[in-house]
Design a protein around this ligand. Structure first.
Ligand code: NAD
Length: 479
């Protein structure tokens, strides 16, 4: 299996070391005092705790959990909650650090954080998962590790809207009358204060990131590829929230999904796969193997080495390592997961001139739309509610003025195209697209200015470090 088992970690160095290695390399391009760089790198606080869970037979199991707040240079801190049997404190710290750099890159005014419970959700009933989630929230609350202005969790591997809803409810129960209580967590269902577009935001953001990278004729020529997403052959690992939506939005823009990889194996069809059909087939049969018209790949990780243009690892960390890097045939690696590439593999990709669009930027769509959700919760109003009709009326008046000036009326179809009552989803997607484009150009420009950095990841880390450094310098040191 390609997941980061303990054995893998031993071989490839641990995830936290990998993030620190990327940081240290980029820091050599930042003209900052060593002490300041160290303050940016270290994790500010970690809360580690354990609590019991009762099973149906009366037995008691102790589960371990964490919340790491990597940087308090901006508050609240922000980051997902992971439910995984393999997770440990070091992994949580690595993920929290990535959140700090990610938020800085996309100008989301939060420090980085991450949380985890060391469980395999598949082994528990829904009722047990609810109790675990509520107890976890209560523990965070007791130590002031959650709150709209303190630390705001979100979904990550193994959690989703359901868990976020339980967190919001638990926090609200503990803070009766707190007007902004719903802003204590993002990624909630829309009916519980969530925002349209959050569920699919990370995958949509990945598509925007790839589209922007593929817009540059020079960069694509250097990779031997044409511009645009049309016809690009993608291999996607992980058919969860991030992988499914990345596949969907890229396919809708004309890309061809030639392979999909999950825990049990992978399937390959050079003519293209529809992620929705595969998802439903897997739900029905319990496996994606045997999907009509596709070839089965029994060792899931082998799919990473297939002939393709873009490889999208969207499951877990440490899947592209020194062991398989030389056999990767993709020309672009779009990191949906956090930490899928080890520094050893990264060096191989640099040598092979493979473009790596790094996690720290590529999967920032989730936190970007989480930020929009947090703003919505604080303002207590749906985006666009106050002025969307007014805007549509302005557009209509402009159209009518053009009709009078030209003496030519627009057709009904033209009217509908130009005069739109914008809904929340359209506003969210527009903000997300703009964020991803601006951040990509910022990183690309940094690399253009200093080509010695060699790759987009180093440029992204350098930009993030510089942005956090400025804030620390302006803040000074307390006391
Ligand atoms: P998820 O739980 O929804 O999906 C993960 C999928 O990966 C599951 O379907 C799982 O079966 C599959 N998987 C596990 N091991 C695998 C293996 N060895 N090979 C192939 N597939 C495997 O999780 P997610 O939210 O999609 O998160 C995936 C990654 O994206 C994580 O690294 C997470 O940190 C990162 N991420 C998530 C978000 C978000 O908004 N959810 C945002 C940014 C980054």
């Amino acid at each position: 299996m390609a997941v980061s088992s303990t054995a893998d970690r031993g071989r490839q160095g641990n995830f936290e070391d990998n993030v620190n290695a990327y940081f240290s390399h980029a820091a050599t391009f930042c003209k900052r005092a060593p002490g300041l760089l160290e303050q940016i790198r270290v994790c500010n606080s970690v809360y580690a705790f354990s609590f019991p869970v009762r099973h149906a037979d009366g037995s008691i199991e102790v589960v371990h959990a964490w919340r790491a707040e990597h940087s308090h240079h901006k508050l609240p801190t922000k980051g997902g909650i992971r439910y995984s049997p393999q997770v440990d404190e070091s992994e949580v710290k690595a993920l929290a650090a990535l959140m700090t750099y990610k938020c800085a890159l996309v100008d989301v005014p939060f420090g980085g954080a991450k949380g985890a419970v060391q469980i395999d959700p598949a082994r528990y009933t829904v009722e047990q998962l609810e109790r675990i989630t509520r107890r976890y929230t209560h523990e965070l609350d007791r130590k002031q590790f959650i709150g709209p202005g303190i630390d705001v969790p979100a979904p990550d591997y193994g959690t989703g809207e359901r868990e976020m809803s339980w967190i919001a409810d638990t926090y609200s129960q503990l803070h009766t009358g707190e007007l902004e209580a719903l802003a204590c967590v993002t990624g909630k269902p829309v009916t519980e204060g969530g925002i349209y577009g959050r569920r699919e935001a990370t995958g949509r953001g990945l598509m925007f990131a790839l589209a922007e990278a593929c817009r540059s004729a020079d960069d694509m020529r250097a990779l031997g590829l044409s511009t645009g997403l049309e016809g690009k052959r993608l291999v996607v690992q992980g058919l969860g929230n991030v992988g499914y939506h990345a596949a969907k939005f890229c396919r809708e823009q004309g890309a061809i999904i030639v392979a999909l990889a999950e825990r049990e194996g992978a399937i390959h069809n050079p003519k293209g796969l529809n992620e929705d059909e595969v998802f439903n087939f897997r739900k029905r049969t319990g496996s994606l193997l045997g999907f009509p018209g596709a070839t089965d790949i029994l060792r899931s990780a082998d799919a990473l080495e297939l002939e393709c243009d873009v490889l999208v690892p969207a499951a877990l960390e440490n899947v592209l390592t020194s062991e398989n890097a030389a056999r990767i045939k993709a020309r672009i690696i779009l990191e949906g997961a956090n930490g899928p590439t080890t520094p050893e593999a990264d060096a191989v990709f640099r040598k092979k001139s493979i473009m790596v669009i790094p996690d720290v930027f590529a999967n920032a769509g989730g936190v970007t739309v989480s930020y929009f959700e947090w703003l919505k919760n604080l303002s207590h109003v749906r985006l666009g509610r106050m002025d969307r009709r007014r805007q549509a009326a302005t557009e209509l008046r402009m159209l009518q003025a053009i009709e009078v000036a030209t003496g030519k009326p627009f057709t009904e179809a033209e009217r509908q195209k130009f005069v739109k009552v914008t809904d929340e989803l359209a506003i969210v997607n527009s903000g997300l697209e703009d964020t991803m484009i601006v951040a990509y150009q910022d990183i690309r420009e940094a690399l253009r200015t200093e080509p010695k950095m060699g790759d987009l990841r180093t440029a992204a880390f350098k930009r993030a470090i510089d942005k956090v450094a400025v804030v620390y310098e302006e803040l000074g040191i307390f006391p």
